[in-house]
Ligand binder design. Structure first.
Ligand code: ATP
Length: 842
């Protein structure tokens, strides 16, 4: 128990020293909750065998060993084990990629260490740390409040009670209303908290240890693929069973035919499909993270590609958030020399939480040009005794200071808000009453300057004899400070990309409508209406839904209105990405199809509510994330189309050969080896394909569009038929000519492997022929190809392997035939790219 009376005052003022913190970290351990149990490598390996077909295969090969087929049996087992190892490696890769991404989003906290305000990873918080909290923070440890300004905390995740609770500072006795708990969020105000418990000792930790087993949920894509996989699985099983029957009836040995048909099923059933999709998603997500867009949950990647609307903040996202004062309006005049009266300057210094090197950029700009000594002197002469913090709803901030026997109230904020609170104005050092006409005149000045894209803050103050009058009214208007926030250069290009990609950008800002309009114009935003929160108050949800698609700018918006905007757009079937940074943005971020939070300026609450975090707060990063999202989705389609066309071909080859009265053209070993060569690496390589430029010249994928459309099934059908025909042709012609089954099988096997590897190359783009996208531009594909060819040639030219696979050495003429036949499906695929048009004209 912490004895507050004996608590070192200096601890509250300057926090722990780094050394103390290090010692405590050793003593108490990291501030982490236990994670769900992870699978060990061995468990993962064993899981690979929890497959009905694999078990039958192993069983059948063991039986065949009893009948003397030792070599076959051992090689089959070896291939099955190799496949399992490959599966484990892939899973491990996916997990590692995800783990790295998770680290990028791990929360940080602000603490006092060595007297300095320091940001640390939240897992390094130790007991006795002094935690600084403000609106939007997630409390990352249990503690007691030692100082606070109108602190309200949302404890719903612990208590289920959704009304925020007021917390006070502990004065002596520690009561419930001065304790804060890990996992709760600060919705309002600020506080200094003395950490009492961390990690599993916190209230949350005690609950979490009981429910640490986490279940992984499947993404909608995985569900779709599971269904496709199951359907094909059943179909292939039936065909395999028919093949078994046919082969047996035609005089094949039962055991041989069993091995053959089970191997075929193992090779053809795409049981690994969902896993490969997860890997590709995870690797894609990691690539995106390298480009500053961190996806917090995998399904978001799919949705990204379907985004039709991007609702974006202005400050920091479209602009650089590097404010600089360019002019001041005071005493009826504008001056750009920054000759500022003492009184206005005092207001700028006092009604301000920033230091020159830290804080809100708007507030930093207000003191940046003032001498450090002057700032210190003013702040110590006018001691701040109370404040009403800035919120995006009130659009103002007020501080109350004591000097001598009097008090000073200073407010700053949006121009119309401050003018509304002002009864007087300071003009040429005289205080005059502020008439309605005068206010109109001042607002006109605001509009004129806002049209230059400037951000304008108004200041007012009043001196009062006692605290009863410390209200935000009857203020004396002091002047306007006008700031420039430079645009981000890359945004214009990104807006352009949105236009060609069929995505509409919409600006949602707390700033003045005219400032917003000027900036939108400069950035080439699509033309459209401008609406403000007060406009929104006067229209119903239905009316908003009717007009929402024509609005380009929502200005002077309260964060809670963002939710209405998202809902209206969604009613119009739009897929909405919405950015946000504050606590009150959280509902809209949750509701949006893609909630996007800001890595630099975003609160923990906003980050937690979002699907994606922009590490650099940049709109252009968001647009390139959409491109990445489209790329990943398209790549997933590419390898599914590839895998299915190959696998269906394999089944058809076996089926039609037997139907036509021939023996099986491929042996079990051929099938399993083929599965090893073509299923894993080339498929993954397709998943790594770089995005095609054309992707951002097409409209977004429709929301409900399935992973495979008629267009894709068309490709699968033509390609599987082409591969089947080539292989069967090679097999039948050779068998007829030589009567040598092994020779014919070798040819079938080689044609099939090579044509599948070539299929992978052609499958790198649905529409761009290979020479256009660059034959060798996917290194991973080149490696897979070479690796595949080596594995193929090894089974032909290494005598021992040739013997095991019952292959023969092809003659020169046969080799030419093989190449010719293998190239036929490839040529058909490339030529049809030119002829075929996507059913949607894309
Ligand atoms: P965006 O929503 O695009 O980020 P914004 O930064 O202008 O734009 P808010 O932060 O909600 O949006 O600010 C709304 C308005 O409140 C601003 O236009 C400004 O007039 C006023 N304002 C901003 N910061 C402060 C502050 N620190 N103190 C007082 N008033 C402020």
């Amino acid at each position: 128990m912490i004895d507050l009376k004996n608590l070192r005052q200096e601890l509250i003022e300057s926090g722990l020293t780094t050394q103390e913190a290090e010692e405590k970290l050793k003593q108490f351990g990291k501030n982490e909750l236990p994670e769900g149990r992870k699978e060990t490598l061995l468990q993962k390996f064993i899981n690979q065998f929890k497959n009905f077909l694999i078990i039958i295969l192993i069983f059948a090969s063991i039986i065949s060993a009893f009948f003397g087929e030792f070599v076959d049996s051992i090689v089959i087992l070896a291939i099955v084990i190799l496949n399992a190892i490959l599966g484990v490696i892939q899973e491990q890769r996916a997990e590692n990629a995800l783990e790295k991404v998770k680290k990028l989003t791990s929360p940080t906290s602000t603490v006092l260490r060595d007297g300095k305000i320091t940001k640390i990873p939240s897992n390094e918080i130790v007991p006795s740390d002094i935690l600084l909290l403000e609106a939007g923070d997630k409390v990352q440890a249990d503690g007691i409040v030692v100082k606070e300004v109108s602190l309200f905390v949302d404890e719903s995740m612990l208590t289920g009670e959704s009304v925020p609770v007021k917390k006070n500072s502990c004065l002596g006795e520690i009561t419930e209303d001065c304790k804060v708990y890990m996992g709760t969020t600060v919705v309002k105000g600020k506080a200094r908290v003395l950490v009492t418990e961390t990690g599993i000792n916190t209230q949350l930790g005690k609950i979490a240890t009981k429910i640490s087993e986490t279940k992984k949920e499947k993404t909608p894509l995985e569900v779709q693929l599971d269904n496709i996989g199951k359907l094909l699985g059943i179909l292939f099983l039936i065909v395999s069973a028919i093949i078994f029957m046919l082969g047996w009836l035609r005089g094949g040995k039962i055991l041989d035919m069993l091995l053959t048909s089970v191997s075929l099923a193992v090779a053809a059933i795409p049981e690994g499909l969902p896993a490969v999709v997860t890997i590709v998603l995870a690797i894609g997500v990691f690539e995106m993270a390298k480009r500053n867009a961190v996806i917090r949950n995998l399904p978001a990647v799919e949705t990204l590609g379907a985004v039709t609307y991007i609702c974006t903040d202005k400050t920091g996202t479209l602009t650089q958030n590097k404010m600089k004062i360019v002019a001041v309006f005071e005493d009826g005049k504008i001056n750009s020399e920054l000759n500022i009266s003492e009184r206005l300057k005092r207001a700028m210094i006092l009604c301000n939480d920033a230091e020159k090197d830290r804080g809100d950029p708007t507030e930093i700009a207000l003191i940046d040009f003032i001498d450090d000594k002057e700032i210190r002197e003013v702040r110590s002469k006018f001691e701040r005794i109370s404040e009403i913090p800035f919120t995006s709803e009130s659009k103002r901030m007020t501080t109350i200071h004591k000097f001598g026997n009097e008090y000073l109230v200073v407010s700053k904020g949006a121009s119309e808000v401050i003018l509304e609170l002002s009864k007087f104005a300071k003009i040429d050092s005289k205080i005059v009453e502020l008439s309605i006409e005068k206010k109109q005149e001042l607002l006109k000045i605001v509009e004129e300057n806002a049209a230059k894209g400037l951000r304008i803050l108004a200041f007012a103050d009043k001196i009062i004899p006692n605290l009863h009058e410390a209200t935000e009214e009857n203020l004396v208007f002091l002047g306007f400070v006008m700031m420039k926030d430079p645009l981000r250069m890359e945004v214009k290009d990104a807006i352009d990309k949105c236009r060609s990609a069929g995505i509409r950008p919409v600006m949602i800002t707390g700033d003045h409508p005219i400032t917003a309009y000027a900036i939108a114009k400069e950035l080439d935003f699509p033309e459209g209406e401008v609406l403000t929160s007060s406009d929104l108050e006067n229209i119903s949800d239905d009316e908003l839904t009717k007009i929402v698609e024509n609005v380009s700018i929502f200005a002077r918006i309260n964060p809670l209105d963002k939710l209405r905007i998202v809902e209206a757009l969604q009613k119009k079937n739009e897929v909405v990405a919405m950015t946000g940074d504050g606590v009150n943005d959280a509902p809209a971020l949750k509701k949006a199809d893609i909630g996007v939070s800001m890595g630099l300026t975003g609160t923990e609450v906003a980050k937690e509510a979002s699907d994606m975090v922009l590490l650099d707060d940049n709109f252009a990063t968001l647009v390139s994330a959409v491109f990445q999202g489209r790329t990943i989705f398209e790549n997933i389609r590419k390898f599914i189309v590839y895998l299915l066309s190959c696998n269906i071909a394999e089944v058809m080859i076996m089926f039609f050969a037997l139907l036509l009265g021939y023996p099986p053209p491929l042996l079990p070993l051929h099938l399993l080896w083929l599965n090893l060569v073509t299923d894993s690496f080339p498929a993954l390589a397709l998943g790594m394909e770089k995005g095609e430029e054309d992707l951002m010249k097409k409209p977004p994928r429709r929301k409900k569009e399935p992973i495979l459309t008629r267009y894709h099934y068309g490709i699968i059908i033509t390609q599987s038929i082409a591969i089947t025909l080539s292989t069967l042709l090679g097999f039948i012609l050779s068998y007829k000519r030589t009567g040598n089954l092994d020779e014919a099988r070798t040819i079938a096997y080689m044609v099939l492997v090579i044509s599948e590897l070539l299929r992978a190359y052609s499958g790198r783009s649905f529409e761009g022929y290979l020479f256009k996208i660059g034959v060798f531009s996917n290194m991973f594909m080149n490696f897979s190809f070479v690796f595949g060819i080596i594995l193929l040639l090894a089974t032909i030219y290494v005598p021992q392997l040739r013997f095991i696979f019952k292959n023969t050495l092809p003659t020169v003429l046969e080799s030419l035939d093989i190449l010719l036949l293998a190239f036929i499906p490839f040529v058909i695929s490339e030529v049809s790219k030119i002829i075929r048009k996507d059913e949607y004209g894309r």
